[in-house]
Design a protein. Structure first.
Length: 531
């Protein structure tokens, strides 16, 4: 009777389980990538930003009722605008960049691990663990948001750091740091620990990294800020500082976003962080492979490489925690840490699998693979939670038709990009108003409440043919009561909402013009409605 190959079947089990995140992700993307409406209200603000670039108007200028920029650096939006000028669809272009970036992230994680441990299965598993965190990110991997491009560029830059040995590589690292900042400001936070280490340990050649980074940042920042008459600094530095921090979000980062759902991944990462072992194979003397004889061999190269991995993981965790803990910070901010955890998992798993007690005992090997399988099982999600219901698709289509048929402008602050798409006047997005009014626990900006009052005035004067509020906006309640009437609500039992578009309640909160009302009373309410 043929002896049962425990290792082989363990590998088949974990490989098969790791297929599930790939299948789920591709299924979700296949069914929603080309749908012509936003799945998350921040996508709408991003589309406004790209439309603004394509129009040739200034991106960073005094906010007005037509537009205010997001508090992010602009490189992602310029890339999306460039792609949109080729394929002719702004929303699709932005999503395609995110989708391609996600595939690139998975491939890079796999390449990192294979290059270090020469284990194709572990490389595959590590990449799939990043994809398995799709639901933990609230499904942001393929949205028209900057996050996936940001994580991809973080990994590309880190690849350069790992291989840095001479001045030219350090210069390249510094240039990439500057470029990364113009994708997302928190890019620099990820690499702060590594930069400090390199400057301390390798000062004689690493100083050029610091010089190239400073030049790559200071000159563009100075020029852009001067051209925009200081509005660039206002949006990129001053407004983000007005975000307060949430203790609940700070705690939830560890409980709900990472340690809770990813406990096993953390355990393998901790194993790596506690190890210094490498291969005795001279061809791989710079890798982090475990030695075949089980003896610990620590060289200067090995320790240096271990520090680079460990400080990268720490920097990714720090950047994710800081941005996630900010008021308004979503689970998408944790994506960079998911990438770092996937890397450290692969290194920790390799270390454990090559220990003598595991290498010689197939049952111990099978136990480890079973534990990895359990982690994958814990990350399985329902893909339909990330897809719109058929009724919602029709609802979005009907709303667009109704807006097109409305002769005067429509106010739809949570999906303001629709105005531009349907050839109406562009309008500022609600998230921009939030930023400008201290909504995220910061100081009130005078420009913000001036804009709110202008909208209140327009409501009183019935300047909007239709008002669509996906979520309540208390700023306008009094004025709406005077000059508009809310349409009959759809009975709750007839409403079909997916988890994806649960925020999108516009068809239940639409307001049409009142035939008779007291304009003077409405205008008076503006003076008393300052909260």
């Amino acid at each position: 009777m043929k002896k049962l190959d425990i290792r082989k079947y363990s590998n088949i089990l974990v490989f098969s389980m790791a297929l599930i995140p790939l299948v789920l992700f591709l299924y979700v993307v296949w069914n929603r990538l080309t749908l012509p409406f936003v799945f998350e209200w921040g996508e709408s603000a991003g589309v406004n930003q790209i439309d603004r670039i394509l129009s040739g108007a200034d991106l960073y200028a005094r906010p007005n009722l037509e537009f205010a920029p997001l508090v992010y650096t602009p490189l992602y939006y310029y890339l999306a605008a460039g792609l949109s000028s080729i394929i002719g669809n702004v929303l699709l272009s932005a999503r395609v960049i995110s989708f391609i970036s996600t595939i690139g992230i998975v491939a890079l994680i796999g390449w990192f691990i294979y290059r270090e441990v020469r284990n194709a299965l572990l490389a595959w598993i590590s990449g799939m663990f990043y994809l398995a965190c799709f639901a933990l990110s609230d499904g942001f991997y393929d949205l028209a948001r900057v996050d996936s491009l940001y994580v991809l560029f973080v990994l590309i830059t880190y690849y350069v750091v790992l291989r840095v040995k001479n001045n030219s590589r350090y210069i390249l690292f510094g240039v990439l740091l500057a470029i990364g900042f113009f994708i997302k400001q928190s890019f620099l936070i990820v690499f702060i620990p590594l930069q400090i280490y390199l400057l301390v340990k390798h000062w004689k050649i690493s100083w050029v990294m610091f010089v190239s980074e400073i030049i790559g940042l200071v000159i563009p920042l100075f020029l852009i800020n001067r051209i925009t008459e200081s509005w660039f600094f206002y949006y990129i530095f001053e407004l983000p500082k007005e975000h307060g921090y949430s203790l609940v979000s700070a705690v939830n980062f560890w409980i709900g976003d990472t340690l809770g759902p990813l406990g096993i991944l953390f355990a393998f990462s901790l194993i790596f962080l506690l190890s210094f072992e490498i291969s005795t194979d001279q061809k791989n003397r710079n890798s982090l492979l475990s030695p075949e004889d089980g003896n610990k061999i620590i060289t200067r190269d090995t320790r240096d490489r271990w520090w680079k991995y460990s400080l990268f993981i720490a920097g990714a965790a720090g950047a994710a925690w800081i941005t996630r803990s900010s008021n308004g910070g979503g689970a998408n901010n944790v994506m960079v840490f998911y990438g770092a955890l996937a890397l450290s998992f692969g290194l920790g798993a390799d270390f454990l699998l090559k220990k003598n007690g595991v290498k010689e005992n197939p049952w111990n090997y099978a136990l480890i693979m079973l534990v990895i399988t359990v982690q994958f099982m814990g990350l399985i999600y329902n893909p339909f939670n990330y897809l719109p219901a058929e009724e919602e698709i029709r609802s979005n289509e009907n709303l667009n038709k109704r807006i097109q048929e409305t002769e005067i402008p429509v106010l739809i602050p949570y999906r303001s990009h629709i105005s531009g798409e349907l050839d109406q006047s562009p309008q500022i997005h609600i998230v921009n108003l939030f930023e400008l009014t201290g909504y995220f626990k910061g100081n009130v900006q005078p420009d913000g409440y001036a804009l709110v009052d202008q909208i209140r005035m327009k409501i009183c004067r019935q300047s909007y043919g239709l008002i669509v509020l996906d979520q309540p906006v208390s700023w306008f309640d009094k004025q709406l009561q005077f000059s508009y009437v809310q349409e009959s609500l759809i009975p709750e039992e007839q409403i079909q909402h997916s988890d994806l578009l649960d925020w999108q309640r516009g068809n239940e909160r639409t307001f049409t013009l009142k035939s008779e009302y007291d304009l003077d009373l409405c205008l008076e309410s503006i003076a008393t409605n300052k909260d």
